[in-house]
Design a protein around this ligand. Sequence first.
Ligand code: HEM
Length: 597
Amino acid sequence: MALTTPGVDFLIYLFISLCIPGCLVKALFWSLGLPCSPLFLVLLCICSLPSYIIFKVQSTERAHRREAAAAGGRLVPRVQGRLLGNFDQLTTLVGKWLNGYPGDGFQDLVDEYGAAVNTRVLWTDSVFSCSPEYTKLILASGFENYVKGERFQQALGSVLGSGVFNSDGDMWKFHRSMTRPFFTRDRITHFHLFDRHAEKVLKKLRDRMEAGIAIDFQDLMSRFTMDVTTDFLFNQCVDSLSSPLPFPHNSGKGNGSTPQIHTRADEFSAAFTNALQLVAERERYGSIWPLYEITHDKVIGPMKIVKSFIEPIVREAVQKKAIRDSMNKNDKLFASSPNSKIDDDVTLLDHLVELTSDPVILRDEILNIMIAGRDTITSTLTFTIYLLCNHPEVAARLRGEILDQVGATALPSFEQVKDMKYLRAVINETLRLFPPVPFNVRECVNGTLWPSPDPNDKPLYLPAGTKTPYSVMMMQRRKDLWGPDADIFDPDRWLDERNQKYFLANPLIFLPFNAGPRICLGQLFAYNEMSILLIRLLQNFSSFNLELDAFPPGTLPPPRWAKEGGRKAIEKIRPKVHLTMYCHGGLWVRMQEPLSN
Ligand code: HEM
């Protein structure tokens, strides 16, 4: 058990930093045999921190200017805040993150300062961008120079541990190489697995529609993805789809968005979601996040529940593997090399225990894949249905394609899924407007140059250790990259001449799965899972409607958004972001079954 909290650790560190100058002066006076009053030492300590900060900021500033000049570049334009250390920027950006539309605040900065802008909150260089040329440098061509970095790992470590999402260098290579073979091809068992859980989704939907009450589709999808993920990871589905669903606040039957805890699976699910939201908050507060956790480490409680659920499953898998090994050394699921062929019915945990028996590595890896595979797909499916509610003509055409190609009841084959061009266009268009990971961040290891947005000016210089946050969401909505109708949901842009003109001319303008060596491992799995669920849904329901009255009070967009232009003015729900994007208050919908197929 930890003896201190992140906040107390931070304050202890600050206190020690404050005391160092006093101790040094005391030692100097003592060695010279001079008297030194305690009052003088206390004053020295109090004044030392601001003086140290001023000294450090100015000397670093000079060094960075020298480095930039030596490299033939210039420093990235900096936000000029009103308060010391741009503290006002921190409060503005956090406020907009909590109450605004995703990207609010950053768009203004890009408009004012240019394609790359240094927010430099509390003197930490942080260069924000939403341009394909910079994202390419960060993720692909300059890959070796950009890491997740210690700051990111510290903030997210209590949930992600050292798993694939939260590691760099050799540890990342190790995790990635362990997991990659599992995702390299289509598996028919996965189709059946998706379909099993999709059937339960349909049953829940039919029951609720028969009762004439709206359903929170986001909640339903987070149960679906939780069940799919636990099933394929370790063959022990938590069966969250069997628990009662929340009712709308106005149905007189429940309290809307608050999840009800009925089973251990519900408890695990709620704790897992809570832990993710808490670590996402840490990222937003930057280096001072520990000050928001003075009394306790907020993540420990939910993570205790998460770990107590996962650890016995991991232990059992390790024990079974040991027994298998001792019974018959040749009778393995597959040879213990990361690249060996893996049978279709082997779970990811089965695969991982062949490569390591370290319970912490196994637990971290499982949790990382769970995070990767759950909220991203929940988000995409939720926003797809939101968009189909707003675009009945798209829903009708998509349903037409599904009925033509697969029929009203059959499970599609891999080939059929691949051939459904309109289905893929609908999914891609959703991923363009609402990428599940709209914001991301790296940190540059060595000082580096970026091309200047103005070709007549010197390149931009980023000193070593600069954070490089970037937004694929903002990039994927840019009118100069996607055309004047970039804010509009129009799957046809993936099928008509616009596809050649924009996306095929520069594929880096669409990066929902990232790019380069850290590109999403589960892309194929994700398209298959989302396709099966959507096919099953549209085989069984012909129209989708938002039920705005069912949204919890205060969760719909404020009226002022209608005047603010862009997608904000179009939005009927309120998108928000923790690590992934979600609908504030859920997505309350009604669906109609077709009169006949
Ligand atoms: C619509 C669905 C999905 C989207 C949009 C998505 C997006 C992403 C993104 C943006 C990253 C990069 C994160 C970063 O490096 O900071 C990523 C990484 C990853 N994703 Fe996905 N993902 C999806 C589904 C899945 C699924 C279903 C799985 C597995 C079941 C998965 C497994 C992974 C893994 C293992 C990584 C880490 C790669 C690495 O760091 O080397 N993803 N994904």
